[in-house]
Design a protein around this ligand. Structure first.
Ligand code: FES
Length: 108
């Protein structure tokens, strides 16, 4: 298998209800993963880009969170409706979607 051009890490961590940090799983990350998977299949991207569901990536309050590497581009508060824009504009055309970016301040 050739080395992928990019890796898309998607937090699917699920914490119990009432946990103070919340979790991406509680905020719908599985639906976001499902939409990435659907579009990767439709657009035949799996040979070029790896989709990697993960545990907690850190900025839980901003979830669902996705990190694209080696670009080091992070996205926050994603919904399934946001995914096609990321796939088309960033993963295919190479331009991150500014309106959805996680900033350095979001880590505080
Ligand atoms: S639970 Fe998703 S970043 Fe922590």
């Amino acid at each position: 298998m050739p080395k992928p051009e990019r890796f898309v890490f998607l937090c699917t961590n699920q914490r119990p209800p009432g946990h103070p940090r919340g979790s991406c799983g509680q905020k719908g990350s599985r639906e976001v993963v499902a939409m990435f998977d659907k579009l990767f299949q439709e657009k035949d991207l799996y040979g070029r880009i790896r989709l990697v569901p993960t545990g907690c990536l850190g900025p839980c309050m901003e979830g669902p969170v996705v990190a694209v590497y080696p670009d080091d581009v992070w996205y926050r508060e994603l919904t399934p409706e946001d995914v096609e824009e990321i796939v088309n504009q960033h993963l295919i055309e190479g331009s991150p979607v500014e309106r959805l970016l996680l900033t350095e301040q979001d880590w505080d």
